[in-house]
Write a protein that binds this ligand. Structure first.
Ligand code: NAP
Length: 257
């Protein structure tokens, strides 16, 4: 049969790993779609596209035009809108959808996180007394912290944030993970961090900061995940997603499609 045309909605390490795993596999013709949030994204040697589709209607049109036969939602766990759009577009188009959902971080023994539903609640959890805060929440949602200008913020993101979104007392570290626990520990000590605010992405590549914070007795404010839509097919990692695609290809080959 002709290669199975696959669209991978990305923005995660898993999307990248899946894309790389499909390189050279002639059963598949895969395209990776990125929101275009970073100016220099890491791109695998497969087809790619950048930027929004224009809502569900736009995604449905894309799926039809590109004759996509399998859709993989490997987006970030906090990117709930694109996941909802993927579910609706897949249903409307009759295309099977697999959601790649990496497990959330769970507190280890000795870890006591303050769980908050969103960043507004995260700001409130920091309290009224000035603290030195490490923010690893990306660069797009910093504005709520302007409401608590008495804290000093060390902000780490892949690319520098828009200065207009920054709280007044802030230092920027532009860096892309993975980050080893020992390096995180050194950073927390060097910057005199008293509390860490992060989103429960579940990515192992950036869990080191939590282990380092536990070791140093540093408080953690954890933003819990948004609710994501149900999916008929779910995998926890890139290999699981690849196995699903292989099964889908085998099924279509059997049916002579
Ligand atoms: P979102 O709220 O789910 O998506 C907003 C819009 O961006 C979507 O409706 C879609 O536009 C476009 N979009 C998102 N992902 C796309 C993809 N893979 N390919 C094409 N278009 C895509 O997601 P977000 O605004 O990017 O981010 C929300 C949260 O996720 C933030 O907390 C952010 O820190 C976190 N996050 C996102 C990414 C990422 O790569 N997107 C990476 C790391 C963290 P249309 O409606 O026009 O199709």
């Amino acid at each position: 049969m002709t290669p199975l045309r696959v669209l991978i909605l990305g923005g995660t390490g898993e999307a990248l790993a899946l894309s790389r795993a499909l390189v050279g596999d002639h059963r598949f013709a895969a395209t990776l779609s990125l929101a275009g949030r970073t100016t220099l994204p890491v791109l695998p040697p497969i087809g790619h596209r950048l930027g929004g589709f224009g809502g569900v209607t736009g995604m449905v049109a894309y799926l039809r035009t590109e004759r996509i036969a399998a859709l993989v939602d490997a987006t970030h766990p906090f990117a709930a809108q694109i996941s909802r759009h993927a579910q609706r577009a897949a249903r409307e188009s009759g295309i099977p959808l697999l959601a790649l959902r990496r497990p959330a971080w769970e507190p280890k023994p000795g870890e006591h996180w303050t769980m908050v539903p969103d960043l507004g609640a995260g700001v409130a959890a920091l309290g009224r007394a000035p603290r030195r805060v490490f923010l690893t929440i990306g660069r797009q949602e910093l504005a709520p912290f302007r409401a608590a200008p008495w804290h000093f913020y060390v902000i780490r993101s892949v690319e520098p944030p828009d200065p207009a979104h920054l709280p007044p007392r802030a230092e920027i570290i532009a860096a892309r993970g993975p980050f080893a626990e020992a390096d995180e520990r050194a950073l927390l000590i060097e910057k005199g961090i008293e509390v860490l605010v992060t989103k429960n992405s579940g990515a192992q590549a950036v869990r080191g900061k939590l282990d380092a914070a536990r070791g140093l007795g540093i408080a953690v404010v954890m933003v819990t995940r948004p609710i994501l839509p149900d999916a008929d097919h779910v995998a926890a990692d890139a290999e699981g997603a690849r196995a699903w695609l292989v099964a889908r290809h085998a099924e279509l080959t059997r049916r002579g499609v």
